[in-house]
Design a protein around this ligand. Structure first.
Ligand code: ZN
Ligand code: ZN
Length: 331
């Protein structure tokens, strides 16, 4: 009888089957290499990568076709409400954590919550926090110059909204902009598995819908219906609302501050993105935890961060000094 001590990665002495033993050894070595590689950030070169290659973006295209499934699954009040709530939960993760925390250090938190916030952000299917923060920091440095990756003034609306995401040269993590985060192996691990997280969540949503169809038929939902509304429609909406800060919020709205870029303050975008629409404010003083600079500039993300600080989850929210708020006004 063959007997293997799996914990020791090798056959037990005296029972070695040479062929099977070699195969198992190779398998374990591969698994170990794969596990270790998940904690390593792979710095890719962007040499020779330019423009949109459609075959690289097939998942993104299919992801945008998936909401058409609504033609087959219909709708229910429960599914629509679920989609709206899941949109808000993940929009908050993008604005509070990917943007204000990982891109700008606008507040502090513990390492445990830092990991949790990164995980939460991955749910929005906008890559990992390091890719996101690096792209965004690059934008703040080069906004509306030839080097900006998504400027509607330079490259037009369509490119600034969605084209740049599809471009081969923007798939890599710009490690040079996020060196401050590289000391956290758990963040690198999340970066490497970022796409697996929303896929697992999609599976869970499908199961929830199926279970509800069995035990709460009065809700008129089903697994496929909840998947289409709660995952596909909600995620596509959350993605495009985020993309709109780069496109619409550099084209439409008012300008309070005198700056060389085209950023605007747009109340509709502020509502849709829980505060990010005050983009002209934000370009003026990016490190503060708030984007709405006056009490009437609704900034749900900031209100929730204040609540989180009261609960001890975050601390040291970077304030907005009055002299900065009142400087460089256009009017
Ligand atoms: Zn901007
Ligand atoms: Zn920013």
């Amino acid at each position: 009888m063959r007997c293997y001590d799996l914990m020791r990665f090798s056959p037990v002495a005296g029972t070695r089957d040479p062929v099977m033993g070699r195969m198992l050894d190779q398998l374990f070595v591969r698994i170990r290499h794969w596990a270790v590689s998940l904690f390593v950030l792979h710095e890719e070169s962007d040499q020779g990568k330019k423009g949109i290659r459609w075959r690289d973006n097939l998942p993104f295209v299919l992801f945008h076709i998936a909401p058409l499934g609504v033609l087959w699954v219909g709708w229910s009040a429960f599914a629509v409400l679920f989609a709206a709530l899941y949109y808000l939960v993940r929009m908050f993760a993008i604005t509070a954590f990917y943007h204000r925390y990982f891109s700008h250090h606008a507040f502090a938190t513990s390492r445990f919550f830092q990991f949790l916030f990164a995980f939460w952000g991955c749910s929005a299917m906008q890559n990992g926090p390091l890719w996101w923060a690096a792209i965004h920091r690059h934008h703040h440095i080069y906004a509306d110059t030839e080097k900006d990756l998504h400027s509607p003034r330079i490259q037009g609306f369509l490119w600034s909204h969605i084209g740049w995401i599809l471009a081969a040269e923007n798939k890599r993590i710009r490690v040079e902009y996020v060196r401050d985060w590289l000391k956290y192996p758990e963040l690198i691990f999340l970066e490497n598995i970022a796409y697996a997280i929303p896929i697992v969540e999609a599976g869970i949503i499908l199961i929830i819908g199926h279970v509800l169809s069995l035990y709460r038929p009065d809700l008129n939902t089903s697994g496929p219906q909840l998947l289409v509304w709660g995952f596909f429609i909600s995620t596509v909406a959350c993605s495009h609302a985020t993309f709109s800060i780069n496109s619409i919020d550099h084209m439409y709205g008012s300008r309070r501050y005198d700056m060389p870029n085209t950023s605007r303050n747009n109340v509709w975008m502020a509502i849709l993105t829980l505060g990010e629409g005050w983009h002209n404010n934000h370009h003026h003083f990016p490190i503060t935890a708030r984007a709405g600079f006056y009490w009437w500039e609704v900034d749900i993300t900031y209100y929730l961060l204040v609540l989180f600080s009261w609960l001890g989850i975050v601390r040291n929210l970077v304030p907005l000094p009055d002299e900065i708020r009142d400087s460089k006004h256009l009017t």
